[in-house]
Ligand binder design. Structure first.
Ligand code: 0O2
Length: 267
């Protein structure tokens, strides 16, 4: 690594982070649009700072010219899930993608780290297109639940403050907190089905309402004003009953009415 050129060297990693975040966010969007529960709740990405790269290289005795091949988390993506089960689903999704190849995996969930840290790590090989052509680089994907992320974020900041000298009582409290996180994740998993049903109904309702309102808005342009006001009043009446089935039926009827107007305008 020619250290004076670090900005240029890090550019492909930055591009990989940006692309990967877009791609994983798209998975969330696709699921939500289809009214299906998304195993991914949130995605974040970060490019490792040059000072963290140098610090890690120094700590691990990595020579400057071996940094790019030896430090595999210069590009890092973090995928946050609601439930532990989702983590394994996401890992499987990643294994089956054609735009990335999994180089290695570490399951710190079944094999918790001594610190209490839990997360699923994957190192992938990912190709980015640069001015000089295609470039395959490494990126690290960390997959964890909201609760695991909460613990890791707090513990990481304390590690940063205390380096290797975390006071004994603090580290023992962190271990206790890590145990509590396991209990919390297990409890959440036991009501996963119900939570997913509730979230699905919420998403489905949100989509139906958005479609109905788009249809009503379009009808204002082509249909009789009084008729549209009547449709709108009917929508609010059904909406206020909170009955999803009625709302779905109303949405379908409105689709037919809109379709009729569209056909009229074409004919
Ligand atoms: P940052 O600031 O997140 O980039 P090593 O780093 O020596 O432990 P290795 O092989 O590089 O070993 O990877 P490992 O152990 O899989 O850990 C890589 C990353 O996982 C770390 O990156 C952290 O982000 C996270 N991690 C690992 N162990 C812990 C832990 O005990 N607590 C917390 N909060 N995070 C952890 P970096 O480079 O250490 O840091």
């Amino acid at each position: 690594m020619e250290i004076q050129l670090w900005r240029e060297i890090l550019a492909p990693y930055e591009l990989a982070v940006d692309e990967l975040v877009v791609k994983f966010n798209h998975i969330i969007k696709e699921h939500r649009r289809a009214g299906i529960y998304s195993p991914i709740e949130e995605v974040n990405g970060r490019l490792k700072s040059i000072s963290s790269i140098l610090e890690k290289a120094q700590k691990k005795g990595i020579p400057l010219d071996k940094i790019e091949e030896s430090i595999e988390d210069i590009a890092g993506v973090r995928i946050i899930c609601q439930f532990t089960e989702d983590i394994y689903k996401v890992a499987d999704m990643i294994r089956h993608r054609s735009d990335m190849r999994v180089k290695s995996e570490k399951d710190y969930i079944t094999h918790q780290k001594a610190s209490g840290y839990r997360s699923y790590h994957m190192i992938i090989c990912y190709t980015v297109e640069t001015m000089k052509g295609a470039r395959e680089i490494h990126a690290e994907i960390q997959i964890r639940t909201l609760a695991m992320n909460f613990w890791a974020t707090i513990e990481h900041s304390l590690q940063y403050k205390y380096k290797q000298n975390m006071p004994e009582n603090l580290s023992s409290r962190l271990h206790k907190a890590a145990e509590a996180i396991i209990v919390l994740d297990n409890e959440m998993s036991s009501v996963r089905g119900e939570i997913m049903d509730a979230q699905n109904s919420f998403n489905i309702k949100a989509h139906i309402v958005a479609d109905i309102l788009t249809n009503i808005q379009n009808l204002y342009k082509v249909a009789n004003q009084r008729e549209v006001v009547k449709i709108q009043d009917e929508f609010f009446r059904i909406y206020n009953t909170g009955d999803l089935e009625q709302l779905t039926r109303f949405g379908r009827e409105l689709d037919l009415i809109s379709e009729g107007y569209r056909a009229q305008s074409l004919g």
